[in-house]
Design a protein around this ligand. Sequence first.
Ligand code: MG
Length: 160
Amino acid sequence: MGPDLRIGSGWDSHAFVPGRPLRLGGIDIAHPSGLAGHSDGDVLLHAVCDALLGAIAAGDIGSHFPSSDERFRGADSSTFVRHALQLVEAAGWEIVNLDATVILQSPRLGPYATRLRENVAALLSTSGSRVSIKAKTPEGLNLPETAMAQVVILLRYKQP
Ligand code: MG
């Protein structure tokens, strides 16, 4: 019998607004506009969080961190990911790999690729070789002021 596996998917979108810091994958990115949201608007980490929660059928980011809750205003989305990871680990699972796509017109994420990958891997207590973060521009979608993120994550049950 092979290993017990779970797959999770996450998706999120946020609108760019001028004069807000841009935070993606837990790192600050130099750009004249940032992402709107109750928290820091980190669309990538929100999708990571939903993929983790989805893989263990533990609800979604909104059920754990409601945007109606003032405690989460301006929150660092890293705390959401850490919480989701704790639930995953407490249920006996570990990360096999994560594959993410960030879709946005600008800025280009190439210069940040290494830091993004390393930071997300560190947040997930896994190695960079298990984390892939790709960037695409939204060709034909007519969404220049929107950032989207899509994440798939595979978990493996740890041997007792
Ligand atoms: Mg979100």
